[in-house]
Design a protein around this ligand. Structure first.
Ligand SMILES: Cc1cc2nc3c(=O)[nH]c(=O)nc-3n(C[C@H](O)[C@H](O)[C@H](O)COP(=O)(O)O)c2cc1C
Length: 714
């Protein structure tokens, strides 16, 4: 046997990094591996590069053959979850792990694989989580790794790991194909016990993300900011320079066009294709929930949808395919000297278009539409882009500076520049002689991601309406102003900014879709008697509001249907478990979201307990205005600064609910310090408990597995 029977390159990729690398590997394989060149009867003439989700079909088609090779590049997204193109594969892997039998042949015997993971070490707990899960799952199911698992760190530079890994890949393939297997890399696949679904899912535990650096949100967007990039005058020969990205995209002007062009905003055809279940929501109301003194501006948005067009449950999240800022697109079109309204046909000059651009090639399209909807132009810094900008410079000193930034020598300056989160326009303006074509930029820019928001409403009270709350995202990266896409836009488009009161826009419509549930879905437990501990500082309260509003509606429906007589309230209490909500804000007068509603939820006994922490309240003790919260027993505010203080102050109650009463604990909010501190607090609270054989960490891990601790962090 001198080659693999079938070979495939697979990727799972949220923002395009893994896909771009998988395509490059596919291109290089035919040059590097002799049997790809010579033995065309044994190998597909052109190597297929496709999403990891196609593994099942590929494996089924080829499982009779002795040796098949899968080269896999896959990232983690969310809280260590499966990225796009790998979600169905996760379900398949999970099923195989559950059903594989100790006594029979392992299902992936005969499959050889090499897997490169993409990750980011900033995601402490979930660094490389999904690639690791895939690697270990494949090994457990009998596939043989030909290289050990390696994971890139986007923060340090993907190339530091990916380039040496690719160099090792070619000899490893040759070696494996010659049957000198590299069994020493990993222990031989052992027969395994079937895994439960919970065990597979438990491998995907939430992570902690860095937080935004928020500032007063009334500043307008500014696009003429200057980047300060320092490059030394002289340096040694550049090392670790990533390869020049392949030229894939081609834009041909359309002279005679018979098709209906994708010329107009809003919503070109390719966006509708990418999100086939889009629903249009009419904006009913936008209101500001914070005072002018609040550090962040928080808005509530109500959307009305056509009757019966939306079925959601509390905890669901919507995605909004928001285009890039119009002003930024216009300036970019000018800088790139592009004719805004001419029509072009996008096609691959070699190989295949990146998957996020395939639908854009279906019909003629204008540069404005492409830059508005297809690619991210706000946060762009990646080494392959620097290489392309360098390739397109007419001034050699600028080209050298860009290459230096992309090299190993320029690593610390690259990291510093990335902390500035430069837009494409700023980068181009910093290197004025660089004049890339739009097609060349499409080769390397990441797909534009939809913006996701938790629904705060319940379908029980208004099935044709949804509500959202969110901060208007504006922040500074070391002096430079940055802003989000959707939130400042809706603030302006609704006519709310800079007004303070509610507005009811008459003609504003928004397209959105319901995000499919991930493996760690943040939803209510199926048994309504389960006690709930809900912790949500700031806008982390959003999905928790949906939970409590839903419970309030359930109780009210039960009351209305009630035939039980004088014992009705008691029966309702018995039917639903207690809910303890811990919210956290800066100051009661500035950003206490939904304060009046929370008060009502306590009064009508939907909430058994409410604790509110205020981080910027000068006096340790907080007294609510008469008639509010003061009626709570036990008292709602115990001088807590942060949500974790409220947990510590009420340790006995927390232990009673979690240990004796089987409560579910939900945490939603900013993933930085808050999530770490809450985690540490829970471990500390468990330290004083009798957990039998278990350590506090093991107890937490068990609750994670059972879905009794759920996190929704961003
Ligand atoms: C929303 C989001 C969540 C992420 N979550 C994780 C994570 O949990 N663990 C990790 O190692 N990397 C995480 N990353 C980093 C990505 O895995 C990394 O940027 C990778 O290069 C992306 O590759 P892709 O473009 O192929 O998806 C996350 C990135 C984003 C944007």
């Amino acid at each position: 046997m001198s080659s693999m029977n079938k070979t495939i390159v697979l990727y799972g990729s949220e923002t395009g990094n893994s896909e771009a690398l998988a395509r490059r590997i596919g291109d290089e394989a035919t040059e590097k591996i002799s049997f790809f060149k010579t033995d065309s009867s044994n190998i597909q003439a052109s190597l297929v590069v496709s999403p990891l989700d196609s593994f099942e079909a590929w494996h089924k088609a080829n499982s009779g053959t002795i040796k098949n090779l899968a080269i896999i590049v896959v990232s983690s997204t969310g809280d260590g979850e499966a990225p796009k193109g790998a979600v169905q594969f996760l379900n398949y892997l999970e099923l195989e792990l559950k059903s594989c039998n100790l006594d029979t042949k392992l299902p992936f015997e005969g499959v050889y694989f090499a897997l490169l993971g993409m990750g980011d070490k900033d995601y402490d707990d979930t660094f490389g989580k999904f690639p690791t899960l895939v690697f270990e799952g494949l090994v457990k199911l009998g596939a043989k790794p030909i290289l050990s698992l390696e994971i890139t760190d986007e923060n340090e530079g993907i190339e530091l790991v990916s380039e040496p890994w690719i160099e090792k890949l070619w000899p490893a393939i040759t070696q494996a194909s010659e049957e000198r297997h590299i069994d020493s890399i990993m222990p031989k696949a052992q027969p395994i016990k079937p895994m439960s679904s919970a065990e597979v899912k438990a491998a995907l535990i939430p992570s902690l993300e860095p937080s935004n650096n928020a500032i007063n949100s009334t500043l307008p967007p500014i696009y003429d900011q200057k980047l300060n990039i320092e490059v030394p005058d002289t340096f040694d020969e550049l090392k670790g320079l990533p390869r020049m990205p392949a030229e894939v995209c081609s834009l041909m002007p359309v002279v005679e066009n018979t098709e209906t062009p994708s010329k107009d905003l809003p919503l070109p055809q390719f966006v509708k294709q990418a999100f086939p279940s889009l629903i249009w929501g009419q904006v009913k109301k936008v209101s500001s929930l914070t005072s002018s003194e609040a550090l962040k501006r928080t808005l509530a948005l109500e959307l009305e949808v056509p009757r019966d067009s939306l079925y959601y449950i509390p905890g669901d999240v919507i995605g909004i395919p928001q285009p890039n800022d119009n002003q930024l697109v216009t300036l970019l079109l000018q800088r790139l000297r592009l004719d805004t309204d001419s029509l072009y046909l996008l096609s691959p000059s070699t190989g295949q278009l990146p998957s996020h651009l395939v639908a854009c090639g279906a019909a003629p399209v204008t540069p404005r539409v492409l830059l508005s909807y297809a690619v991210d132009i706000s946060i762009v810094l990646k080494k392959p882009l620097l290489r392309v900008l360098s390739q397109c410079c007419t001034d050699p000193s600028e080209a050298t500076a860009l290459d230096w930034l992309a090299s190993k020598q320029g690593a610390s300056q690259f990291t510093a520049l990335r902390d500035h989160a430069p837009t494409l326009l700023e980068l181009l303006n910093a290197f004025p002689s660089s004049q890339p074509s739009l097609a060349r930029l499409l080769d390397v820019l990441s797909p534009l991601q939809p913006r996701h928001y938790s629904i705060t409403s319940t379908p029980l009270t208004a099935p044709s309406q949804i509500q959202l709350i969110f901060n208007v995202v504006q922040y500074r990266t070391q002096g430079l102003l940055r802003h989000g896409l959707f939130t400042p836009w809706i603030d302006r488009a609704s006519g709310l900014a800079p007004a303070k009161s509610d507005v009811t826009p008459t003609s504003l419509k928004l397209p959105f879709f319901l995000k499919p549930h991930g493996p760690m879905s943040f939803h209510l437990p199926s048994n309504p008697k389960t006690p709930l501990i809900l912790v949500g500082p700031g806008t982390g309260i959003a999905p928790l509001l949906s939970f409590v509003r839903h419970r309030q509606a359930q109780r009210s429906l039960a009351r209305r249907a009630g035939t039980i007589g004088p014992r009705l309230e008691e029966d309702i209490r018995a039917r639903y478990g207690p809910i303890w909500l811990i919210a956290g804000f800066r100051h009661p007068d500035h950003d206490f979201l939904a304060s009046e509603e929370l008060h009502i939820l306590v009064q009508d006994a939907t909430l058994d307990r409410l604790d509110v922490a205020f981080s910027r309240l000068e006096t340790a003790s907080f007294s609510q205005p008469a008639g509010q919260l003061g009626c709570l027993a036990p008292p709602s505010h115990t001088g807590a600064k942060y949500v974790q203080d409220a947990l510590t102050n009420n340790a006995a109650y927390w232990r009673e609910l979690m240990i004796s009463k089987g409560a579910c604990f939900y945490l939603c909010g900013d993933a930085g310090e808050m999530a770490r501190d809450v985690n540490a607090t829970l471990l500390r609270l468990l330290g004083d408990c009798d957990l039998g054989e278990l350590t506090p960490a093991a107890q937490m891990a068990a609750w994670n597995k059972e879905g009794r601790i759920k996190r929704d962090l961003w």
